[in-house]
Design a protein around this ligand. Structure first.
Ligand SMILES: [Zn+2]
Length: 219
């Protein structure tokens, strides 16, 4: 029997994960979304994630609280951490790195995938994310192996859990172009690291967003 294709999408509320969500609506039969409250300075993004999930009519939008990041100091993205740099990426691993964030998020999404028999987990990592170790292809591949090794769903059904990362190796402009074609409401997305409304316009993610949107305007 043909198994229904299901996916759970890591949804931050930014333009990449929104485009991923719209793509998954096209590619999968059942779409779930998951968002995380982990003590991020830009917690305002969760409101955008909620609205995007509603607009995309997902089966369920799961909001998970990840409390341990409140105990971790030193990440510029977390409450109580150092200031967000007002520039693009300069160091090897940016100050805005959140230790093991995608490992934690994918493990949590994996719990739901295992329990709900969801065979795909979608994540919007892309070519400009590679300063972050847990956004690289080596990590995604290794994490997919770990999820399959640890899954009761996989053990019972002999099926596989796939990490769906279609933007790996793609630029943010590629994502913007795809999002435009899919009708993603970019004005309802939010990605600023500062967490201000309107967005600061100066942090790394604001700069990337502006460039990507400019690129599709000129096209
Ligand atoms: Zn910003």
């Amino acid at each position: 029997m043909f198994a229904m294709k299901k996916v759970i999408v890591l949804l931050s509320g930014g333009m990449d994960s929104a485009t991923l969500l719209w793509l998954c609506k096209k590619e999968f039969d059942k779409v779930y979304a998951i968002s995380f409250d982990y003590g991020q300075k830009h917690k305002v993004e969760l409101r955008y994630a909620q609205e995007l999930a509603n607009m995309a009519s997902v089966e369920q939008h799961i909001l998970v609280e990840v409390p341990h990041y409140r105990l971790i100091k030193g990440s510029a993205l977390l409450e109580g951490g150092p200031e967000v740099p007002k520039e693009g990426y300069t160091q090897d691993v940016p100050a805005t790195n959140v230790p093991m964030r995608n490992l934690v998020f994918l493990a949590i999404a994996g719990s739901f995938a295992d329990n709900y028999q969801i065979d795909h987990i979608a994540i919007g990592v892309h070519a400009l994310d590679t300063p972050y170790p847990d956004c690289r292809v080596e990590f995604i591949t290794a994490m997919e192996s770990a999820l399959n090794a640890g899954s009761a769903f996989v053990a019972n059904t002999k099926r596989r859990i796939h990490l769906y990362a279609p933007f790996l190796g793609h630029s943010k402009a590629d994502i913007a172009r795809l999002g435009k074609a899919l009708g993603v409401p970019f004005e309802k997305t939010y990605s600023c690291y500062m967490g201000t409304e309107p967005p600061c316009g100066k942090c790394a993610t604001c700069l990337q967003r502006q460039e990507a949107l400019k690129a599709i305007m000129q096209a």
